[in-house]
Design a protein around this ligand. Sequence first.
Ligand code: 8YV
Length: 338
Amino acid sequence: MTTSSSKPRVVVYKPLPDAAMTKLASHFELLHVDTGGADGAAALKAALVDADGAIGSSVTIDADAVSGAHRLKVLSTVSVGIDKFDVADLTARGIILTHTPNVLTETTADLVFALLIGAARRVTELSDYVRSGAWEKSGRGIGPAQFAFDVHHKTLGVIGFGRIGQAVAKRGALGFGMKVLYTSPRHAHDAERAIGAERVSLDELLEKSDFVCLQAPLTEKTRHMMGAEQFAKMKRGAIIVNGGRGPLIDEAALAEALRSGHLGGAGLDVFDQEPLPASAPLLTFPNVLALPHAGSATQETRDAMAMDAVENLISVLVSGPPLNVANPDVLTSSAVAR
Ligand code: 8YV
């Protein structure tokens, strides 16, 4: 399909806030694609054939999706995570992948800590206890059946110590007097100095932590990194929190660890299947606090993410140099000459 416009052609595969759309339209010819239907993947693949760029989020764009996209120069995801993409294939094709790492860290860390506290202090269970009239019927103050778990001065283990992981750790250490352990491919010396965070092995983190918080990126290496063996190594009564990606956890193993009473609870913002079906086994446990992948979901942050994603597109297709490139090897590879 040829375009009459001199503007680069950009596929929009996720609705964006008005301000971002206005800026996008001022630079590009836009083609909106609804990826929600049964033929959503086919529609996106067809639209990418004549596109110079694309912007959106939460949709898998694999090698097949871009196999006919011979003009495509950039994919701009409105997310920090890039697990929806075949990054090696994009790099080999010379397609730049940009993301939005700079504006969602604190917002996401706030929600992750809300999950930790909510799970520990049984916030939704106790709220339901009040709403259901059970407290009224008891005619007295609450008792041991309603007691929860302390957070302050406990040990927080963070798996994956990037921006969000470190922001969660700071909340624990500086706000709640928690001892922070972390696993990461490399030392985070600033965090070690600032909050006394200690880099340890995964086994040591699992054995010593009262709260285990998953903030690692999803890769083939980290998929199901928390399985039956790892849950068994956790302290009895410990709480798992996942603000990273659902497939970091083997959900069947988590359900068993909850069913046995080995784990004290879970705070989960991400799941293997999203949206999570209401019939999911994990939702049968009252000590599971489940949220709908809402880590970055505040108006201000989502507006900022969308605007950053638009600016990333402009930096590649209009102004240069490319901003927030998630696959920097593409900038030096021979394939970039498209
Ligand atoms: C969602 C996230 O992707 O940034 C990420 O990686 O997981 C979240 O911000 C968001 O739904 C994308 O718009």
